[in-house]
Write a protein that binds this ligand. Structure first.
Ligand code: HEM
Length: 527
């Protein structure tokens, strides 16, 4: 047998031999080919050049956000109903219809701002991206662990992310840059009250919620639509860390959440989440003081109860991190029949952004990779070629016909499954305008008041510690926003910073703000 030890033959080693990618056995993996034992090296050393040049290309660009993450696999099991009602009343999506029906899933958890090897203890939203491999093709539900987001218009996404990413000169995450942007972006207040509370550092990936955040639609057999929001509740419970807890964990391990997930699945302690759905009729809801398509808002659960529709269990770890965690690609445009978009201005921007970045990050044929393929549906496209094409879909009987329509052969269009959608009729002038009903403060203040005392203390301490590192005018504007949201929050953070309501009473509303009558009254009483 061929020796693989490099120590000469006859060792009795039964392992398979090393080859290069051309199938040539590698006889010497220790020494490159040289003229004499001391060199110089020769250029025709194919084995060495192939090895080193492939290594030179081992990395693909990391995700521009959510670079650090962990993926696991499992199943989604439908309840066949929503609360006590048949689910078919609201959606015809096949995966939800039958009680007990299972659909394969992949779930990638992530942090947002840090690079691929950054600490998992960061104060940062956590990604919660689920890929359902359904019989109708894939459905991706790309969510976060916090129910709201910083901004409500996709055009601001690069700015909010730039403010949170390291400074382009010092390469440090700088509170002064973060709060500079946030102080000028009042819609982020609700998110900040969540992010700087203990919820901003989940104890690990198994003990956190997931939220679709954006508003989607469901469509039933009759083409009727409703607006929906998705929530994932962990059976393990929700656990969070204070800054101090996080510092202790981080001193031991930069990847504690990935390790925790991997070890739990390895020992058969499979994590589980229940999927709940909030619903409202598909219209503008003028009776609400917020817009249902505004992702900086939650829908009050007393009016719009979150009702269970199924459960998700993770029971398999990745077998290779690069193939299944680095190259997995999610997108908000990836929906199946019975599910639809809403006009949420974030969602439309996201839907362009994901597949755009994946064509660059992974390559134009990223959907041919096993982890991204719609493995439980039949795939037949007329897409052809491009870098790293791995297979060609069969198009009918004739390999010549890769276009449609054709009299000769090839693929035909599917029949639309049911009648046209009955969604609202929309009309309007082309414009660039803020939505009405911005109402940036009410829910932020309510969120603060709903917190337990230790969470409020932690929130105030975190805001104070960060704003101490900021220019005075930035800190003052933030205190002004906090006072607009909830007196106690503004007073407590202000106290820590030496900023009184009188100090900020002279501030005018931002040019980008439309204050309501109540908010103007509140502002007038700040001093
Ligand atoms: C990842 C864009 C808002 C959740 C990404 C990526 C981009 C992106 C470019 C990298 C994707 C990749 O390389 O595969 C945007 C834009 C947004 C936005 C333009 C706003 C307009 C949001 C919101 C959420 C979210 C509101 C939460 C609901 C995620 C998650 C990932 C991600 C979970 C990681 C997916 C994975 O694990 O591969 N986003 N995003 N994003 N985004 Fe967003």
């Amino acid at each position: 047998m061929t020796d693989v030890s490099g120590q000469g033959s006859g060792t009795g080693d039964q392992r398979q031999i090393l080859t290069n990618r051309q199938g040539h056995p590698v006889y010497d993996n220790q020494n490159q080919r040289t003229v004499g034992a001391r060199g110089p090296a020769t250029l025709e050393n194919y084995q060495f050049l192939e090895k080193i040049s492939h290594f030179d290309r081992e990395r693909i660009p990391e995700r521009v956000v959510h670079a650090r993450g962990a993926t696991a696999f499992g199943f989604f099991e439908a309840y066949g109903k929503i609360g006590d009602e048949p689910i078919s009343r609201y959606t015809r999506a096949k995966l939800f219809q039958e009680a007990g029906k299972r659909t394969d899933v992949a779930l990638r958890f992530s942090t947002v701002i840090g690079g691929r090897d950054s600490a998992e203890t960061a104060r940062d939203p956590r990604g919660f991206a689920v890929k359902f491999y359904t019989e109708d093709g894939n459905w991706d539900l790309v969510g976060n662990n916090l129910a709201v987001f910083f901004i409500r218009d996709a055009i601001k996404f690069p700015d909010v992310i730039h403010s949170l990413k390291p400074d382009p000169v010092t390469f440090r995450q700088e509170p002064n840059r973060i709060f500079d942007f946030m102080s000028q972006t009042p819609e982020c207040l609700h998110m900040l009250v969540n992010l700087f509370s203990p919820r901003g550092i989940p104890s690990d990936y198994r003990h956190m919620q997931g939220f679709g955040v954006n508003t989607y639609k469901w469509v039933n057999q009759q083409g009727e639509t409703v607006l929906v929001k998705y929530h994932w509740m962990p059976k393990q419970g929700v656990r969070s860390m204070t800054e101090l807890d996080a510092a202790v964990v981080q001193a031991q391990d930069l990847g504690h959440a990935t390790r925790d997930l991997h070890e739990a699945i390895d020992r058969g302690d499979y994590p589980e989440w229940e999927l709940l759905v909030q619903m409202m009729s598909d219209d503008e809801h003028p009776e609400l003081d917020f817009d249902p398509l505004d992702d900086t808002k939650v829908w009050p659960e007393n009016e719009f109860p979150a009702r269970p529709v199924g459960r998700l269990v993770l029971n398999r770890n990745v077998s290779n991190n690069f193939a299944e965690n680095e190259q997995i690609s999610f997108g908000t445009g990836v929906l199946v029949d019975g599910l639809d978009f809403s006009d949420d201005k974030m969602l439309v921007g996201r839907t362009f952004s994901y597949s755009d970045t994946q064509r660059y990050r992974v390559g134009p044929n990223y959907l041919q990779l096993p982890v991204n393929q719609a493995k439980n549906a039949e795939i037949r496209t007329n897409q052809r070629d491009g870098q790293m094409t791995y297979f060609v879909d069969t198009a009918g009987e004739s390999p010549h016909i890769n276009y449609e329509p054709s009299l000769i052969d090839g693929l035909r269009e599917a029949e639309y499954p049911t009648v046209d959608e009955e969604g609202p009729v929309i009309s309007g002038r082309l414009t660039r305008k803020r939505i009405p009903r911005t109402n940036d403060y009410t829910q932020a203040g309510q969120r603060y008041l709903l917190m337990e005392e230790w969470e409020r203390d932690d929130l105030v301490a975190n805001f104070t510690a960060n704003l101490k590192q900021c220019d005075r005018r930035i800190a003052e504007r933030m205190v002004w926003h906090f006072l607009m949201a909830e007196d106690e929050l503004g007073l407590r953070v202000g106290e820590g910073l030496g900023i009184t309501p009188d100090d900020v009473a002279h501030l005018e509303p931002l040019a980008t703000q439309d204050l309501t009558k109540e908010e103007r009254e509140r502002m007038a009483n700040l001093g």
